[in-house]
Design a protein around this ligand. Structure first.
Ligand SMILES: [Fe+2]
Ligand SMILES: [Fe+2]
Length: 264
């Protein structure tokens, strides 16, 4: 089976890019299941029910989140009833929502798991142990499993790749918004990429207006970041998974820049 995974979609600029590109990408790659990280989809902070609906209508089947999960309060209204969204599984006990779920589409089944790193991010529960707990609960039968590890430090992400090698089909990083060039299939069959990159403006800083970010760096004063409306860039990946074994057979990075149309 083929899975298309789209990195952090940042605000209106990112949503515009997804809307524009998805029909073409579906044609080119024929993915059975499409998953997107939606933690920045609403003005860079969190996501709303209306935006989730917008993505579902475009053909996205499931969503992962991250440290911005709770930034838009709208999410508290529906996350417990939304079966297609996961937030980091290692958030404290009692947090709304869930950390893993099964996405079914086009006759295929994909387990999606969201975890968050603890290096340069809040000290939540251990993502490595939480991954073990979830995988234990899923049983021994081989399954297609996608892990979105939302983390800052490349070392923590690489370590998670090794930790889950042979136990997940894909371990992909999100959160840093910049696509890394270390895509590989680990020795025991787990496809791995440290960060898939974001979908948002390429004229700002990580999707936000550069002037505000620069002001913050220069003055250290509190600044309100706003989504940049410049030309977009789109980052995603396509992974092919052998359902009989749960192992990945192929990983393709996707990087497209508005006005350049570079596909790799
Ligand atoms: Fe993000
Ligand atoms: Fe993040």
């Amino acid at each position: 089976m083929k899975v298309l995974f789209i990195g952090d979609i940042v605000g209106n600029t990112g949503r515009k890019a997804v809307k524009q590109l998805l029909p073409e990408l579906k044609q080119k790659y024929n993915p059975h299941i499409i998953i997107a990280n939606a933690e920045n989809a609403a003005g860079g902070r969190g996501v709303t029910g209306a935006i989730v609906k917008e993505f579902l209508d475009l053909g996205v089947h499931g969503f992962t989140m991250g440290n911005h999960t709770w930034d838009n309060k709208d999410i508290f209204e529906w996350i417990d009833e939304e079966p297609r969204m996961v937030r980091p599984a290692n958030f404290p006990e009692g947090t709304p929502g869930k950390g893993h779920t099964v996405i079914k589409a086009n006759g295929k089944e994909l387990v999606i798991i969201n975890l968050q790193g603890r290096t340069f991010l809040p000290a939540i529960d251990c993502p490595f142990q939480k991954a073990d707990d979830i995988l234990r609960g899923l049983g021994k039968k081989p399954r297609a499993i996608l892990v979105d590890f939302h983390a800052e430090a490349t070392s923590e992400k690489i370590a998670m790749g090794w930790h889950l090698d042979g136990r997940a089909s894909l371990v992909v990083g999100t959160h840093t918004h910049v696509q890394t060039n270390d895509d590989t299939i680990l020795p025991n069959g787990t496809a791995y990429l440290t960060d898939v990159g974001m979908v948002g403006s390429r004229e700002g800083v990580l999707g936000m207006e550069r002037e505000a970010v620069l002001r913050k760096f220069r003055t250290q004063l509190p600044v309100r970041f706003v989504v940049d409306e410049g030309k977009w860039q789109f980052h995603a990946l396509v992974v092919e998974i052998d359902e009989a074994t749960g192992k990945a057979t192929k990983l393709d990075k996707i990087r497209i820049r508005e006005g350049e149309w570079m596909m790799s």
